[in-house]
Design a protein around this ligand. Structure first.
Ligand code: ADP
Length: 355
């Protein structure tokens, strides 16, 4: 381990050959002399490293113990150490593997959360798709009737307008299905620079029908020139949709007076999305439980929405916080760091290639 031959080592002071260091620097410089002088054993302790002249550091564990003569006098010492590099390496690998498993689990949980959210909105979305389909049906029937006319009386202009309307409606239905599929399909996390304003727009499209059905008004204040954030757009949509749904639930008792206010802004390196409602707010004792798994006040709630949202926000280096507003209602604030040109700035938040 020392990579010294006898000739180079014999007769030299120990500290010239190697030193043992700990992170806290707690060990005396001249270990051997200290041990002899104090006549007691010294353990290297945690995180000890062996520094050898001209070699890389070695992680070691070990101790130095005095040797006593029959008269109980110190006559030397024994230094033992073991290279724990390979053990450390295996421990690091096991740690990395379990972190990876946790991340995969989070992605699966996020996916299940999305299916759940969508499950509850499915009837609204079915209705949303049904509208363009019925429009297509009635336009096509009108076209067929027009084509039934004798050839010289066919109004080609009218026919063209109806066909155009069919194309537009089909496109609308297609885009709703596309968004829905994107939202619920299990897919790799895809981290890129995205706009929170765009996320808000997409989510309002998904929630539009439910908002109308529940007579919830939405006020949107989107900051122009909002900086981008590094994140997965579907996971951010998931956060925004969850907060919108919670907001809708919170104002349900207000009938036609329920209102949600969405705000985007940025300051001190962060981009923020706040979703506020004018509902009953959060009970004092519930604040510390809000983000805990399975905390719910709803008869059919899973109590996972906010937990998943917070985990997602943190995985992008951000946070999700809740507060009550002075004039009533709750406000949830999602903060994410502004995307920098250099993705490595995100350190441990760099994308992980999960299924
Ligand atoms: P779930 O919606 O299934 O209950 P969540 O984790 O999304 O799960 O929410 C947990 C609880 O937090 C809700 O049951 C509710 O009591 C509370 N909560 C969430 N959003 C609001 C809000 N906007 N206003 C008041 N309470 C809220």
């Amino acid at each position: 381990m020392l990579q010294l031959d006898e000739g180079n080592a014999l007769g030299k002071p120990l500290q010239e050959l190697f030193t043992v260091r700990t992170q806290s620097g707690a060990l005396p410089d001249n270990l051997f002399a200290y041990c002899l002088q104090e006549a007691k054993a010294i353990e290297f302790g945690e995180n000890a490293r062996l520094q050898r002249q001209g070699h890389t550091l070695l992680h070691v564990e070990g101790m130095i113990s005095p040797l006593f003569s029959n008269e109980r006098r110190v006559r030397g010492g024994v230094l033992t150490f073991r290279n724990i590099g390979p053990v450390r390496q295996r421990a690091m690998e096991a740690l990395a593997a379990s972190e990876q498993r946790i991340r995969e689990h989070e992605v699966q949980l996020a996916h299940v959360g999305r299916l759940h959210t969508m499950g509850e909105m499915a009837s609204g979305i079915a209705h949303e798709i049904n509208q363009p389909l019925s429009a297509i049906l009635s336009y096509s029937q009108a076209c067929l009737r027009l084509l039934d006319e004798p050839e010289e009386e066919i109004e080609f202009n009218q026919l063209q307008r109806a066909m155009q309307a069919i194309a537009n409606q089909a496109q609308r239905a297609g885009s709703i299905i596309h968004r829905l599929r994107q939202f619920i399909t299990r897919r790799p996390v895809n981290i890129q620079a995205i706009s929170l304003n765009q996320v808000v727009g997409d989510v309002l499209e998904l929630a539009d029908h439910e908002l109308q059905r529940k007579h919830v008004k939405v006020q949107c204040h989107l900051a122009p020139d909002l900086p981008l954030v590094m994140a997965d757009s579907i996971q951010l949509e998931q956060i925004a949709l969850n907060l919108l749904r919670n907001g809708m639930d919170a104002v349900e008792f207000m009938g036609h007076l329920g209102e949600l206010t969405l705000h985007t802004s940025s300051d001190s390196g962060m981009v923020r999305l706040s979703i506020a409602d004018n509902g009953k707010g959060i009970a004092k004792g519930d604040f510390e439980k809000l983000f805990q798994p399975f905390f719910t006040n709803k008869a059919s709630g899973m109590g996972l929405g906010l937990t998943i949202c917070q985990t997602i926000a943190q995985s992008f280096g951000g946070s999700l916080k809740a507060q009550n507003l002075p004039h009533g209602g709750a406000n949830f604030i999602l903060s994410l760091p502004i995307a920098s040109m250099n993705q490595n700035d995100y350190g441990h938040h760099t994308p992980h290639p999960n299924p």
